[in-house]
Design a protein around this ligand. Structure first.
Ligand code: GCW
Length: 677
């Protein structure tokens, strides 16, 4: 059963096969490329495995074109060369594919080999769900950049990782046995991820030593047949701390030369490296500000190095300084726009600014980062977090796509034109060449990958949304459940229900009304600690006192943050009456007795929501228990353990938050549940 965890949604669990099912199954697999390291070859082995697993049919793989009763996989070009003309296939974009189950043969044709592999996984996903409908369609990516980031350290630990130690590193080196890396590659390819950055953004320069560059190359060799490129996080001070130069000034000739040499060494070993990821001038990381250089100077330094090799630079917008809370207008949420807006247009064409979805840090609810509206002449990517750093660290069930959708579907109204975040990051709104997504994933050696089976829905959905941002959060979930736990109706309905209410519930029992998660922000980012938000330099403040709470981010009386949005959005948030309740305390500082649109006071809403949210979480365990016998014992018990824990911990959350604000405000709970301490 550990296998079930490792295979995630790629279990190919057996299904009954009726007569009509048999007649719909191909009797030959034709792969149009037989080179072992090619994605089309992998597609062939995957088809073989899938048909054997699901329908116990041992289908022969051949490399000769045969257009009846077969499934043919390859690129459009390979098909034309080997099988002849094809009719009426729409134009495919990079990584796109054509999938047809309508004719004598199933056709899976990619614009490139990667696309052919994607189409293969899509076909296998259909038949693994018992779906033999006749389809013929082209599928192209919403976003060209569909990356994952691992925050893995060279010693094998993972920053904000909850699934055990690294599958990549141990004792300062790349591990010898890369079996788990290949298994990860397979999962990522099946959700159409095209690159992975394997080391932490808080980067260690020793990854650049020759032995480790070779190790990095071995990892690249494992990912390559799956159509996945590797990328590397850099430490900005490497030329000095690791290279022995006297400086790391990005405009210094010796520094430029040093990065040139390193880049050449890496590309010699990994000719298709995707590029670099850079966190600089942030949370103690070195950066160009040491030398009064701009962030564009830094990004362009690397961009010029990787450009000849076709690489890109993902430069993170997560740059901010510690602030003093006694200054009413100080606001960490403003930092990204303050740092980057004036540099719009100065970044090289192969630089992408990687922007966390909200202006602070993966909180349970944040408004869209206003930076997305402020860089029309720059490539942008959105950064999401699959690893649930602030959201229960995989011990709480929190299905994240509904949260992500509030961001991707948000219309920023730049120049009073439709400006959905998903269109901005796709590069469409501002006509950019590149754009896309990166998600911090942080899988580890645990056989569940992320630490808990149910968390895998978030990884699965991330890939689906990066490929097709308009897909529905619940439809994606349905596919994931059927692939992961089988086709039983009750299993489907139950896990769907639990998952779809899980994010709203978590928001209710942690931090609601836009106050942020209220988890401990000083150390663990886990468990309730509302007091930790204030009186420190981190700037995740609530400004709660005895009478009032919330950050005034208006232009007229507060930090001015709302003014970073385009007019229509700025006006909406500037005015308390048009600010949605769920972001009220993000934008406004109000009395606890302020009335929400619902008619409740802020404080009573806190009390009630914390009870409602915890109650919802408490239903998860019984719902899950109703599935006993329908799910294998090992996964059943593993999940049950977490839900049992969540039942209790949601109450800990509820009482900690309610007691805290009750004690602070002295305002009684109308329903008399919260007692005085
Ligand atoms: O969310 C915070 C995390 C840090 C992380 C940082 C970042 C890798 O608490 O652990 O560092 O963000 O995104 O750079």
């Amino acid at each position: 059963a550990a296998e079930d965890g490792l295979n995630g949604w790629l279990r190919y669990a057996s299904l009954p096969c009726s007569k009509s099912c048999h007649s719909n199954l191909p009797s030959t697999i034709v792969t149009l490329n037989s080179t072992e390291s090619s994605p089309v070859y992998i597609a062939g082995t995957e088809l073989h495995k899938g048909l054997k697993g699901v329908y116990r049919k041992d289908v022969r793989v051949s490399h000769k074109c045969k257009t009846s009763s077969s499934v043919i996989v390859g690129t459009v070009d390979q098909y034309r060369k080997t099988c002849g003309a094809i009719h009426s296939i729409p134009e495919l974009e990079d990584d796109g594919f054509w999938l047809s189950t309508k004719g004598d043969a199933v056709q899976i044709l990619g614009q490139n080999e990667r696309g052919a592999l994607y189409g293969t996984f899509e076909y296998l996903s259909m038949i693994s769900q018992g779906n033999f409908s006749r389809v013929a369609y082209a599928s192209n990516p919403s976003q060209p950049i569909r990356w994952v980031n691992q925050w893995d350290n060279m010693d094998g630990s993972i920053e904000r990782g909850y699934g055990g130690p690294s599958i990549f590193f141990k004792n300062g080196q790349i591990v010898e046995d890369l079996t788990r890396v290949a298994e990860y590659a397979r999962l990522l390819a099946s959700i159409k991820i095209n690159a992975v950055v394997i080391n932490n953004v808080n980067a260690n320069a020793t990854l650049l030593d020759p032995k480790n560059i070779d190790g990095f190359g071995r990892v690249a060799d494992v990912f390559r047949p799956y159509g996945i490129q590797v990328g590397m996080s850099l430490n900005f001070a490497s030329p000095q701390t690791y290279g022995g130069l006297s400086t790391f000034d990005p405009l210094d000739e010796s520094v430029i030369k040093w990065w040139s040499d390193i880049t050449a060494q890496i590309y010699k070993r990994v000719p298709d490296m995707a590029g670099y990821l850079v966190k600089a001038d942030s949370e103690g990381q070195p950066g160009p500000q040491t030398y009064n250089r701009t962030l564009a100077d830094a990004a362009n330094l690397f961009a010029k190095e990787v450009q000849p090799y076709g690489g890109i630079v993902m430069y993170r917008a997560f740059v901010y300084n510690q602030l003093n809370e006694s200054v009413w207008t100080a606001d960490r949420a403003k930092a990204a726009v303050n740092f980057f807006k004036e540099l719009d247009g100065e970044f090289d064409d192969n630089v992408v600014i990687q922007i966390k979805f909200g202006p602070i840090d993966f909180q349970v609810r944040e408004p869209v980062s206003p930076l997305f509206a402020n860089l029309p002449n720059t490539n942008m990517a959105i950064e999401l977090q699959v690893t649930q750093e602030y959201l229960g660290q995989q011990s709480h069930l929190v299905y994240l796509p509904p949260l992500w959708k509030t961001i991707l579907d948000f219309d920023l109204r730049v120049d009073h034109q439709p400006s959905l975040v998903r269109d901005i990051v796709a590069g469409k709104r501002f006509n950019r060449k590149f754009g896309g997504s990166a998600a911090v994933v942080n899988v580890g050696t645990n056989t569940t990958w992320l630490g808990s089976h149910l968390s895998m829905s978030n990884l699965y959905a991330y890939g689906r949304l990066a490929w097709s941002s308009t897909d529905d959060a619940q439809d994606i979930l349905h596919d994931w459940i059927r692939l992961t736990f089988g086709l039983d109706r009750k299993v489907l309905d139950t896990i769907t229900h639990m998952s779809m209410v899980s994010w709203p519930a978590y928001e209710q029992y942690s931090g609601n009304l836009g106050i942020q998660t209220l988890t401990d922000i000083l150390y663990t980012h886990y468990g309730p600690n509302p007091a930790s938000q204030d009186n420190n330099g981190w700037g995740q403040w609530t400004r709660a006192d005895q009478a009032s709470i919330g950050m005034d981010r208006t232009v007229k009386n507060g930090t001015g943050y709302s003014g970073q949005y385009p007019d229509e959005i700025a006006t909406m948030y500037e005015n308390i009456n048009t600010t949605p309740d769920d972001l009220l305390l993000w934008f406004h500082h109000v009395d606890y007795t302020h009335r929400l649109k619902s008619g409740k006071t802020v404080i009573q809403h806190f009390y009630d929501a914390h009870y409602t949210g915890a109650e919802t979480a408490q239903t998860f365990l019984t719902q899950w228990e109703s599935l006993q016998g329908k799910i294998d014992q090992e996964r059943y018990s593993h999940v049950r353990h977490f839900l049992d824990y969540q039942t209790g911990h949601s109450i800990v959350w509820r009482d900690a938050i309610n007691d805290f604000y009750h004690n602070l405000s002295g305002i009684p709970d109308e329903a008399k549940r919260v007692s005085h301490h």
